[in-house]
Design a protein around this ligand. Structure first.
Ligand code: ATP
Ligand code: MG
Length: 1078
């Protein structure tokens, strides 16, 4: 809930002077002082803000403060400049009312600071975005630029604005800033040439010399030393707390942000340098023949440099300082200038140059910051203009007169607008208007600005009048014309009452401004009003090649010679003030009245007399009076009811119904006298501050009671809540504990139950089991008994039949069972003919059958096996069978040959080209071809021979050449002899007397002995025409070698040369073959 606060909360003194009681100057100042001492520098008079300069930084301009004041009602928080800025901004944004903020006060009172605070507040609360931020930044950065060129250190203020400034900030319908327009008023240009003691020239000169780089200074032909320049006052060149060099950087940066081109900045600096150079040009008199002195430039160096800077022909400028062309009625005359006139011309040029440069800067800034969009704008104007200037020690001159005139006009519109606003509110609220007595300063304005006989009009008249015109003739004129005016005082007035007034010197006049009397010395009025610049000079400036310079002096253009005098300074100012006033009148005004607490520019000092003086001439007490002439205080019904409703039982705590009725009930109940208030449409008007304070007092007392009540209720509520919480917690804890206890108990019971259950179930099961076992045993017993009984019965019954047949039947059955079992047992034998296994006979009576069966089965399975053979395989097996019949168990070599297949052709005689000839020599198919060893009949040594066997003969051929050595027809072969051993020797014995037997028998040895002999035997068996060949197997046999019968003897036992058998002829009768032991 938002807490409604009010200006009336925690007030120090009174926050709004309207509430001051009693109201007089003393109490007013006391209140200001009281608040100032408590760091409350802002105080209201209604909607006007009085601002005291604190001369130190206070922590009241932070972003948090901005947030605090944002969108709050004006009287809701303690007085602040932000409240005014917020009010103005919101009514601009939400109610579409153009606003102006008028900041007045004397020099050093804080106007410029206040204007910056307002601008920064508005910048902080208005819209955001890239474009908007750029506009804001440009608007804010225009300040440092203008301050550098338009501000100077004065006795009263180290950063005194020496020009008046009015800035219109333009917003779109959303309240986002679009741009702005700045107007400047009356720059104090005399400062360029001369500064009072203790004051300085404009900041920019010092900033340029201290802050510019050596390079820049060299380009500008300047020296860093201030003392080299006549126009710079030296006694206060350095100001405490001002860093000119840093400021120069800030200014250059600001110029860049605002949008100045680099070349433009350079041009501006060149003109500043030119002014400094101009000040150094000095003149000396040169006597002429006619007896007059003519001025000449003393040291031309500065002149030369200045001309170089601006691109002016030196001689032209030099001439302009010595001669002056006067044109009248088509005539041109040249008059010489004396030294004093030359100095005057020089200073006039410097002043004009500088002030025109300043105006150009303002125009240039306006160009950058002007709103782009052409839509309708809402405008907030901020006026920071010099306040009343009254010098006590120094003479008040033309400038002060003009300034004070401006303030007089501002006061006029202030009174007008304040009263108008007051009146409008009364009409709006339907309250009877009581006339307010106040001092209207229109009469003073009239004294100054009246077109016929106003002081400014007379000054102009005097300036334009032909003949000798001096300041004294001007004063004379005033004395005659204004003599009767009640606000004009002069010693030479015909009115005798000032004749003896020594405070009023002869060359002065005094005006009774609304803020007090001001004495003006007329000296310089005419000159300053004329603001004369010799045409020769402006023409010389126009001839410059420097483009900015030419722009500044357009009247120097010879093509545009205008003989009419330019408007006077007074006239121009009056006109611009007139425009300003018109502008302000169309807007909703907001006032900030700045007050300076002391003359020393220090914090914490409050000089009563100084403040009193300002309060007086700002007309602040008058302001309060006007403000509360009718009713001192007003407040919307809702806020009033909200604030005081606790004072009446009927409105407390809630009033249901219209707020106005509520306030009526409330005030009646509080017995406030009826004449003390009036009911408007939306506001209650309270006539006297006292009444308000009584209400406030009662409210404060009531608030204390209410606080106690609230405390009481709050404590009660707190204890109750605490108790209820405790109670609730206790119930929860108890519930949880019970649950826990029950859970425990249940678990115990459950486990006990389970144990018991298991015991009982076990016992029951055992009982049942016992029962079942018993029943089973009974059943078995019964079955057995029954079987026996039936057996007995059956046996008893069938005994007589049984005895006759049973023996045979049992026998048959038994035999049948035995045979069955026997045959089933035979099933285990395999079908392999090699398998020799046969089950053992079970009973002796099966002996014969068992053997027969075995034989039959073997034959049968051999037949089965043979049945699978092809013809070739059959032949092979037949050969193998024959070999077995011949050699089995007769020759030790046989077993090793069983597994070797009979290949027949071991020489591959058909394919081998080596034996092609031999092959073709064979007449029949070669059944066997092998390599054999032929034993030499003489010595028993072996030599390799090819052995070929056909159906009709066998052939021995040379192994190498394949040449046939012997071919023996098989019928010539009588028998073959082999040993019983495992050697490969065989003897082929020929029939005695046959053709082949001439050389004797052959003794050969071969690795395939078994195959060779078998084949020989087989040929013998199959050939019908021949006898079977005898095969003699013994370890001693006879062979016929030629005539000798030799015995071949096989001896078992280790021959010396390894494994194979060795043959040796022992003698004529014996050939020994040693065979390795098996
Ligand atoms: N609100 C403030 N807080 C802190 N210091 C302030 C404040 N207002 C003013 N000052 C100080 O007072 C000095 C003078 O203020 P400022 O320049 O605003 O006066 P001014 O009224 O504009 O004077 P002038 O008429 O000479 O321009 C400032 O330089 C600053 O030091
Ligand atoms: Mg200022």
């Amino acid at each position: 809930m938002e807490v409604k606060t009010s200006l009336l909360d925690n007030m120090i003194g009174v926050g709004d002077m309207v509430l001051l009681e009693p109201l007089n100057e003393d109490s007013f100042i006391m209140n200001l002082r009281n608040r100032f001492d408590h760091n409350e520098i802002y105080t209201y008079i209604g909607s006007v803000v009085i601002s005291m300069n604190p001369y130190r930084s206070l922590p009241i301009y932070t972003p948090q403060k901005v947030e605090e004041y944002r969108n709050r009602n004006f009287y809701e928080l303690s007085p602040h400049i932000y409240a005014l800025a917020d009010e103005a901004y919101r009514s601009l944004r939400d109610q579409d009312k153009d606003q102006c903020i008028l900041i007045t006060g004397e020099s050093g009172a804080g106007k410029t600071e206040a204007s910056k605070l307002v601008m920064s507040y508005v910048a902080a609360v208005c819209g955001k975005g890239q474009e908007v931020n750029k506009v804001k930044e440009q608007l804010l950065q225009s300040n440092p630029v203008l301050e550098a060129f338009g501000n100077a250190k004065t006795m009263r203020n180290d950063n005194s604005s020496r020009f008046g400034k009015y800035m219109d900030i333009e917003f779109d319908f959303k309240g986002d800033p679009l741009g702005g327009v700045i107007s400047n008023y009356l720059l104090e240009k005399s400062r360029v040439c001369k500064q009072p003691r203790g004051e300085r020239n404009f900041h920019i000169f010092y900033q340029l010399l201290s802050g510019a780089s050596d390079d820049t200074l060299m380009k500008l032909k300047l020296d860093r030393d201030f003392s080299k320049y006549n126009y710079l006052s030296l006694d206060s060149a350095n100001v405490n707390g001002l860093d000119d060099a840093a400021s120069f950087r800030t200014v250059r940066n600001a110029m860049q942000i605002v949008g100045f081109m680099e070349a433009e900045v350079q041009s501006v600096l060149e003109l500043v340098a030119a002014v400094l150079k101009l000040g150094n040009i000095e003149f000396k008199p040169e006597s002429r023949v006619n007896g007059f002195d003519e001025s000449r430039v003393k040291d031309k160096n500065d002149l030369k440099e200045m001309c170089e800077l601006l691109g002016i022909e030196q001689s032209v400028l030099e001439r302009a300082f010595s001669y002056r062309t006067v044109e009248a009625k088509m005539e041109k005359m040249s008059t010489t200038l004396n030294v004093a006139q030359a100095y005057y011309a020089r200073d006039a040029l410097a002043k004009n140059l500088y002030s025109r440069l300043f105006s150009w800067l303002v125009t240039r800034i306006n160009e950058s910051i002007k709103a782009q969009a052409k839509t309708r704008h809402k405008v907030m104007g901020v006026l920071d203009i010099y306040g009343f200037e009254i010098f006590e020690v120094r003479d008040n001159s033309f400038e002060q007169f003009i300034i004070n005139y401006c303030n007089e006009k501002l006061q006029q519109i202030f009174i007008e607008l304040t009263l108008r606003e007051e009146q409008e509110e009364y009409i709006r609220e339907d309250i009877e208007w009581t006339n307010i007595e106040y001092f209207n300063n229109a009469v003073i304005c009239d004294l100054i600005e009246n077109n016929q006989n106003g002081i400014l009009a007379m000054l102009d008249e005097e300036c334009l009048r032909p003949g000798t015109v001096t300041d004294d003739t001007f004063l004379d004129k005033l004395n005659t014309i204004c003599a009767e005016h009640q606000h004009f005082e002069s010693r030479l007035n015909k009115n005798s009452k000032f004749l003896t007034d020594h405070s009023l010197p002869h060359s002065c006049f005094r005006i009774q401004h609304y803020a007090g009397k001001v004495l003006y010395r007329v000296e310089g009025f005419v000159d300053k009003n004329n603001d004369l610049l010799y045409r020769d000079l402006s023409q010389a400036m126009y001839k410059a090649t420097h483009s900015l310079m030419r722009q500044l002096f357009p009247e120097g253009n010879p093509a545009k010679v205008n003989l009419k005098r330019p408007p006077t300074a007074g006239f121009q100012f009056k006109a611009s003030v007139g425009v300003l006033m018109k502008n302000l009148q169309t807007k909703n005004p907001n006032y900030i009245r700045c007050i300076k607490p002391n003359d020393k520019k220090v914090a914490h000092i409050f000089t009563d007399s100084l403040v009193c003086h300002q309060v007086r001439y700002l007309g602040l007490v008058e302001n309060v009076r006007v403000r509360r002439a009718g009713y001192a205080f007003r407040q919307p019904y809702e806020s009033c009811l909200e604030r005081y409703k606790m004072l009446c039982k009927k409105t407390w705590p809630h009033w249901r119904g219209p707020a106005r009725d509520g306030v009526e009930v409330l005030l009646t109940d509080c017995s406030v006298p009826t004449e003390e208030f009036a009911y408007g449409r939306s506001k209650i008007f309270i006539r006297n501050p006292r009444t308000l304070f009584t209400l406030e007092e009662r409210r404060r007392a009531c608030l204390e009671d209410l606080a106690t009540l609230i405390q009481k209720i709050y404590r009660g509520w707190k204890s109750r809540t605490h108790f209820l919480l405790l109670k609730k917690s206790q119930v929860v804890v108890a519930a949880w504990y019970r649950r826990y206890a029950q859970q425990n108990k249940y678990q115990k019971i459950k486990s006990a139950t389970l144990v018991m259950q298991s015991f009982i179930r076990g016992w029951k099961a055992r009982n049942i089991l016992r029962q079942l076992k018993y029943e089973k045993r009974c059943k078995e017993a019964v079955t057995t008994i029954a079987a026996y009984w039936h057996g007995t019965q059956v046996r008893r019954e069938y005994r007589k039949f049984f005895r006759a047949n049973a023996g045979k039947k049992i026998y048959d059955f038994t035999i049948q069972r035995i045979m069955q079992k026997y045959f089933l047992g035979l099933k285990t034998t395999t079908m392999s003919p090699m398998d020799n296994s046969w089950p053992a006979k079970p009973y002796g009576f099966l002996e014969g059958a068992h053997t027969q069966l075995r034989r039959i089965f073997h034959l049968w399975r051999c037949k089965k096996y043979r049945g699978q053979f092809t013809e070739e395989k059959k032949a092979v097996y037949e050969e193998k069978l024959e070999a077995s019949e011949i050699f089995k168990d007769k020759k030790a070599l046989y077993p090793s040959s069983v597994s070797q297949p009979f290949k027949g052709d071991y020489l591959e005689i058909q394919k081998n080209p080596k034996y092609q000839k031999l092959n073709s020599a064979m007449e029949e198919k070669v059944l066997l071809a092998d390599l054999v060893n032929k034993i030499n009949r003489a010595n028993g040594k072996g030599s390799p021979r090819l052995f070929l066997l056909t159906k009709s003969n066998f052939v021995l051929a040379d192994q190498k050449t394949g040449q046939v050595k012997a071919s023996v027809p098989l019928p010539d072969l009588a028998s073959v002899s082999v040993s019983t051993q495992s050697d490969g020797f065989f003897a082929l014995k020929l029939k005695e007397g046959s053709a082949s037997a001439s050389k004797g028998d052959f003794l050969l040895s071969s690795e395939h002995l078994i195959e060779i002999i078998t084949k020989l035997h087989r040929i013998g068996t199959t050939a019908a025409d021949r006898d079977q060949i005898n095969i003699d197997i013994s370890d001693e046999f006879l062979v016929q070698f030629k005539q000798d019968k030799v015995c071949v003897k096989f001896i078992q036992g280790g021959p010396k040369n390894g494994n194979s058998a060795a043959c040796k002829r022992k003698n004529n009768r014996l050939l020994e073959v040693s065979v390795p032991s098996p």
